[in-house]
Ligand binder design. Structure first.
Ligand SMILES: Cc1cc2nc3c(=O)[nH]c(=O)nc-3n(C[C@H](O)[C@H](O)[C@H](O)COP(=O)(O)OP(=O)(O)OC[C@H]3O[C@@H](n4cnc5c(N)ncnc54)[C@H](O)[C@@H]3O)c2cc1C
Length: 525
């Protein structure tokens, strides 16, 4: 591992690129495609896995599906007229991403099984030095698209390592392990668990669901898309664009209950009715009734989760886990349950992304050291002291009400605008001014005021270790796009090394393409 001040020793396979991208999910692929469309070919993608797809490659658990409608949860520049359902399942989204990578010619740029271990800004060379599991690289621009929900969070359950049965995280589902007839413990009741619990409940002998906090759940209005719709969207792409725009605008309205607590009450009534209809038993219903304001944690959508908990082979355990033994779990009230398998539906490391500990800026400090538990970035994308670094789905870019692919695309336009601006100025590096970043963080804090995410006793994974919501963008997503897709030069500082060469023509093409794309996007969304 490289340390601060270390000289990087290059191996023979040193490779230099203008842009290095970490990750090949929606973020990494989107950035690569837009760079290519802008005429920038000199880029490389590091992917630690063997295939593209990120979230949608890794989460293969039964029932894995998207909570945002397919026509919207996809790239604006790569519509798919033949989605089979209004809410796509994991296999279909994964296929879509693989198709995008292939069709847009991105695959040759990807270095699979290259895990980025350390990235260090070299001020003298004005480049990022990147250590991967398969050798060292350098690049002018570093795009961190390593995913906000990419590294599973595993709770420190006492004794878990001594468990003799099968244990796995939902993001690493073991399909070779047959759950039929087994006694299974599921830990966690978040977005993943509510999707796989109904699917495995019908197979297992006994399911013990360890619940810390019950989620608010509303109905899922999913349906198969018809042959007529497929033909229509194939023939008239503008009809699909209109469908996408109407879904987008409708979902923007979902923000209102998060910002206006009296409206949250209406959604809460809907969720309570859903619970009452799904769970007739009052005792079980009480266990499944949240005692916090709706929206404080992610609102989940499902029609089959709550009914599945009413089946005779399911027990909802609200006591905490005191100890895991060789073949059982003991809860905090001392009750021991024999289990064959433990499935962790315990989510992801969101506010402490692993790469933050391994990305060093100009002064040699890591992002983690600078952030000290509370991630901050200018426009959720760039960080003072970390030149030429662009974080996709960085701090305060998550959404509780709409598609994050929309946010990713806005950030990618910012990346292209920055590259374009650097070229025009003949600069080798760009970074946000600390005061601009501080002003943006203050602006987010102001917009967050009065929202359900910070009101009352709301505790959620959106909050970082300082209690600040550094995960969500607290306003309409079009406001984010309007703010981010263009670059305001006043907010940025440039560096000019004495030996700066003129950048390649590709940056000029990037400039023109970026302007064209913005004009199209303004029409599309
Ligand atoms: C089960 C699940 C359901 C979801 N449902 C929704 C939804 O309904 N709506 C919504 O808007 N969002 C949803 N999300 C969020 C989802 O993560 C984003 O929508 C989107 O897929 C993020 O794309 P990404 O490219 O930023 O990250 P990812 O898809 O996580 O991709 C990151 C990539 O980076 C790679 N990587 C990470 N670290 C390294 C490293 N050090 N070196 C090399 N490669 C690395 C990973 O292997 C991965 O391929 C869901 C997430 C999950 C887990």
């Amino acid at each position: 591992m490289l340390q601060r001040g270390d000289k990087v020793k290059f191996k023979d396979n040193i490779f230099d690129a203008r842009v290095a991208i970490i990750g090949s999910g929606f973020g990494g692929l989107g950035a690569a495609i837009r760079l290519k469309q802008a005429g920038v070919e000199d880029f490389i993608i590091f992917e630690r896995a063997c295939d593209v797809g990120g979230t949608w490659r890794d989460n293969t658990y039964p029932g894995c599906a998207c909570d945002v409608e397919s026509h919207l949860y996809s790239f604006s520049f790569a519509p798919n007229p033949v989605w089979t359902r209004s809410f796509s399942t994991q296999p279909e989204i994964w296929s879509y991403l693989k198709r995008c990578a292939h069709d847009f010619g991105v695959l040759p740029h990807i270095r699979f099984q290259h895990e980025v271990r350390e990235s260090i800004w070299d001020e003298a060379a004005q480049r990022w030095r990147i250590e991967t599991s398969q050798g060292n690289y350098t690049a002018s621009v570093l795009v961190m698209a390593s995913g906000a929900l990419s590294t599973p969070s595993t709770p420190g359950l006492p004794g878990l390592e001594s468990f003799q049965g099968k244990a796995f995280h939902s993001a690493h589902w073991d399909h070779d392990y047959d759950l039929t007839g087994r006694r299974v413990a599921v830990v966690g009741t978040g977005a993943s668990a509510i999707q796989f619990v109904p699917k495995i409940q019908t197979k297992v002998a006994q399911l013990h669901l360890f619940q810390r906090t019950p989620p608010w759940i509303i109905p899922r209005h999913d349906r198969a898309l018809s042959e007529f719709e497929h033909r229509l969207f194939r023939r008239f792409p503008s009809a699909q664009r209109a469908a996408r725009a109407s879904i987008y605008l409708f979902r923007e309205l979902f923000l209102l209950p998060f910002r206006h607590l009296w409206l949250a009450g209406q959604v809460e009534r809907l969720a309570r009715r859903h619970l009452e209809r799904s769970v007739p038993d009052a005792e079980l219903r009480a266990k499944l009734s949240p005692d916090y304001s709706i929206g404080c944690k992610r609102i989940l959508i499902s029609n089959d989760y709550l009914p599945s908990l009413t089946r005779p082979n399911v027990e909802v355990v609200t006591e905490g886990i005191a100890e895991v033994r060789g073949h059982s779990i003991v809860d905090s009230s001392g009750v021991e349950r024999a289990v064959d398998a433990i499935i962790l539906g315990t989510g992801f490391q969101v506010t402490d992304p692993p790469l933050a500990k391994h990305t060093r800026g100009r002064e040699g400090r890591t992002l983690s050291e600078v952030w000290r538990g509370s991630p901050q970035a200018h426009l959720g994308t760039t960080v003072a002291g970390f030149p030429n670094l662009f974080i996709l789905l960085g701090p305060n870019t998550g959404l509780g009400h709409n598609s994050v692919v929309y946010m990713i695309e806005a950030q990618i336009e910012h990346l292209l605008a920055a590259i374009n601006y650097m070229h025009r100025q003949g600069a080798s590096a760009i970074e946000p001014r600390p005061e601009a970043q501080a002003a943006f963080v203050a602006e987010v804090r102001r917009r967050m005021e009065g929202t359900v995410w910070i009101a009352g006793r709301c505790v959620s994974w959106y909050l970082d270790s300082t209690g600040r919501n550094s995960t969500l963008w607290p306003d309409f997503s079009w406001r984010f796009r309007r703010r981010v897709a263009r670059l305001n030069p006043v907010e940025y500082a440039l560096s000019f090394p004495p030996d700066a060469k003129q950048p390649a023509d590709s940056f000029q093409r990037a400039a023109a393409s970026h302007e064209r794309h913005l004009a199209h996007a303004a029409h599309d969304n």
